[in-house]
Design a protein around this ligand. Sequence first.
Ligand code: EPU
Length: 338
Amino acid sequence: MKIQKNKSLKNLNTFGIDAKASSFCEIRSINDLAEALRLQNYPTKFIISGGSNILITKDIDALVLHINIKGKEILKEDDEHVYLKVMAGEVWHDMVLWCLDQNFGGLENLSLIPGNTGTAPIQNIGAYGVELKEVFECCEAMNIEDQSIKSFSKRDCNFGYRDSYFKNEGKGKFIITSVTFKLTKRNHKLNTSYGAIEDELKGKGIKNPTIRDVSEAVVAIRQSKLPDPAELGNSGSFFKNPVLSKSEFELFITKHPQARYYKLNNNEYKVPAAWLIEQCGFKGKRFGDAGVHKNQALVLVNYGNAKGSEIIELAHKIMDKVLDTFGIKISPEVNLIK
Ligand code: EPU
């Protein structure tokens, strides 16, 4: 295990922020991880994986551990299902494509999400009507304190909208080392109810879609709306969609009857933050090298050399204006490294 000094993290975060790690180490196995965590000379450790959901606002004075543990293993299977264990450092979309090649269903709506497999449970990634929790069987994670490995069931993970145990009580205590998915081998349960998927399939004249058709539709939709981090630095949705109580929602919709919304249950309504931000006039606006994407107002972008602090400044400007205009508090979905 080699420790590098003063390592630029520009290529390791999808926002493309050029911050430095005082020390840096590539983690390729569970043993590497345990060994690195035990290094006494480096009291502060910082974990980076796919780097697709963080905004780094300053240099990191710590030993940065880059999780790059690879591997896939079929643990068991029957006629209907396969239990696939995927190591944390596998790139999410490559893993999804591999599953399509094997005709394993369940991940197709989650195609083209940036990041690595190990971080997917932390925020219960979701897109186009499906959340990770629907295909999640369990995960393993290393306890940072004593380097023991613990298995977490779906229940242990306490998944919510862009939320889990690992963002709450478990925060800073564990590093996920693998995720096991329960996928279908036949009788795939397709979820094409999301309007944009239906439109995409209809446009191509596909009546009985396969899991690959759904994946291709999702890829086409994402490519048309979301910037490719390889071309324009970003972290996908920067904000979460706010959830309003019934009374808050009624007040809101009376004032803004044209707004889109999604009823979660009898007491909660989700409102698209992108709509609120667009109404405030931010869509496509640029402030120096920080900006709001032209096709999706929920996505903040780095046009080149924006500092993390400039992106945060823009985020605050947006949050304040949305609060002022609609009385609704929106909050970041991305992890802010301050
Ligand atoms: N909308 C606007 N202006 C915009 C963009 C969207 O008014 O600039 C409106 C649309 O008209 C639509 C609504 O907002 O009525 C929802 O838009 P969209 O379907 O694009 O989804 P979203 O709520 O903005 C969420 C996720 C995305 C995910 C999509 C699709 C969050 C925070 N974001 O975005 O996730 O891909 O749904 O399921 O929940 C991510 O987490 O990084 C991410 C991209």
